[in-house]
Design a protein around this ligand. Structure first.
Ligand code: TXE
Length: 480
């Protein structure tokens, strides 16, 4: 069985402990490869490599850094099919989704920041006739990038690319649940000739490798995407060391449907925003609020279309929902469905585990699930479930739905469906989320700031925000 290796100082290395963890294919419920069970010693080696590569990488002309990133983007595009298959095998998602979204987006992340590297600029301020100030933005040093399992290569590259473009070197850790595409990515970096030590990838558990990255004094900036509980742990370790932090955490996003919406668009997009990637996207709209006059029509149609979705083998082109990432996560989602029933919820679609036959007989599959009859304040409507489960609730007024939308501790994204332009602006202004989508969902322009409010995180990724995050600003003031 294949053994994944760490990528440290330009070469593939076994973990120093020689210990490995099992890597499951969740669609089959079987181990299909092994990944390094690395620890603080491997992180230390990776950090030393990143520190020693920093001087030359940060002083390389931006055009050369850009060329490396673009070369890696080209190699991702070349290997799109192989990477999509690996992503699907690791994560459980339909391979067609990995081909259409995850892998093209990973290539786009590299390309976007290849361009950003050469267009990045800093500011000058003329203070009347008295002084000229100019800002110098220098890369900080060795950066720690810790990413989750739901969109593995997509989110991994979303962190690494701006760090490298800004001139930082990197110690990165993919999720232990989905290590394969990061391993294939390390081979592409070697093929692209990326200088040794510029990017180091250490595989293993969050409690060992992730914790060691947070603690290491040689890593001065950390970009993390994952659960809110983990984000708190990282902040508790890194903040007293005054490390710069960007934390992209969970969400409990409202999907608000006004009666004047384009019904067909609202329904067909709601199917995606509810169940894409088995609902394992932090931006999924898990709480659907529908204006009362449209409520019955919307619920009936969403239930009908949800029941028609195919839960199946991720390699099958017809499949809409693949496997949940792990047995533990499937059980967590099932426990929330049980909680919803205890809280008085009525299941209108789904609610159960799906048992497939053949290759996927041992896999972790769930039906897409719609629940109604719950209070917006109950736990089901307050806690992140991160699975193919949505609740639908009616509302009467704009004020009421804004209050519901803002009533959780999260504030990542929100979606509004209305043809009334004034209302779209008015409501968007009052919702406390980092992203508001009006009449669309998951539409991304990589130049825009991305991130959450409240317990959905701190800091912003995307565009110049990410480039600035990986640099330290210094002002030079010249008196005239
Ligand atoms: O993620 P973790 P988990 C949410 C979702 C999910 C919950 C928990 O609700 O059910 O989080 O998921 C690394 N120091 N999201 O536990 O642990 C870990 O190895 C440093 C939302 O699987 O947050 C992995 O690489 N790192 C989310 C990464 O953190 C640590 C996506 C994320 O895993 C660590 C995923 C530690 N002490 C889950 N412990 C989103 N916002 O998109 C773990 N890690």
């Amino acid at each position: 069985m294949e053994k994944i290796l760490n990528y440290i100082d330009g070469e593939l290395r076994a973990p120093l402990s020689k210990n490995y963890l099992e890597n499951y294919n969740p669609a089959e419920g079987k181990v299909y490869s092994y990944l390094p069970d690395s620890d603080a010693d491997d992180v230390h080696e990776a950090t030393l490599a990143a520190q020693s590569a920093f001087r030359s990488w940060s002083s390389l002309p931006a055009e050369k850094r850009s060329a490396y990133l673009q070369k890696i983007a080209d190699l991702i595009n070349r290997d799109l099919d192989q990477l999509a298959l690996a992503e699907s095998r690791d994560q459980g998602k339909p391979v067609k989704l990995a081909k259409a979204m995850d892998i093209p987006r990973a290539a786009a992340n590299m390309s976007f920041y290849a361009s950003a590297a050469i267009h990045f600029a800093s500011e000058a301020h003329i203070t009347d006739t008295q002084a000229i100030n100019y800002t110098v933005r220098n890369p900080i040093g060795a950066a720690g990038c810790i990413s989750p399992w739901n969109l593995p290569l997509y989110l991994f590259t979303w962190k690494i690319a701006p760090a490298l473009a800004a001139g930082c070197t990197v110690v990165a850790k993919p999720s232990e649940l989905t290590p394969m595409t990061a391993y294939l990515f390390s081979k592409l970096c070697m093929e692209a000739g990326l200088p040794k030590g510029v990017l180091n990838i250490v595989h293993g558990l969050g409690s060992k490798v992730g914790q060691a990255i947070s603690e290491h004094v040689g890593i001065t900036v950390i970009s993390f995407t994952g659960g809110t509980v983990t984000g708190k742990k990282i902040a508790a370790t890194a903040a007293p060391m005054f490390k710069k932090l960007s934390l992209e955490l969970g969400g409990k996003n409202p999907n608000i449907i006004f009666a004047d919406c384009d019904f067909e668009q609202a329904i067909s997009t709601s199917i995606h925003s509810s169940f894409a990637n088995q609902g394992e996207i932090c931006l999924c709209g898990s709480r659907i609020f529908v204006e009362r006059s449209l409520y019955k029509k919307y619920v009936d149609e969403l239930v009908k279309r949800t029941k028609a979705l195919i839960v199946g083998d991720p390699f099958d082109e017809a499949t809409n929902l693949g496997a949940m990432v792990s047995e533990a996560h499937m059980n967590k989602v099932l426990s929330y469905i049980a909680l919803a029933k205890q809280e008085g919820g009525k299941i209108l679609a789904g609610g159960n585990q799906v048992k497939l036959t053949g290759r996927c007989a041992g896999g972790y599959f769930l039906e897409p699930t719609i629940i109604v009859g719950l209070d917006p304040q109950c736990r089901t409507n307050q806690e992140e479930i991160f699975g193919p489960v949505v609740t639908i609730m009616p509302f009467d007024t704009e004020e009421e739905v804004i209050m519901y939308a803002n009533s959780t501790s999260y504030g990542l994204s929100a979606t509004l469906w209305t043809e009334n332009l004034k209302r779209a602006h008015r409501v968007s202004a009052q919702i406390k989320s980092g992203i508001i989508w009006v009449n669309c969902w998951l539409f991304r322009d990589l130049r825009t700031p991305f991130g959450g409010m409240k317990q959905s995180g701190v800091g912003r990724e995307g565009g110049w925000e990410a480039m600035r995050f990986f640099t330290e600003a210094k002002n030079v003031c010249i008196k005239l």
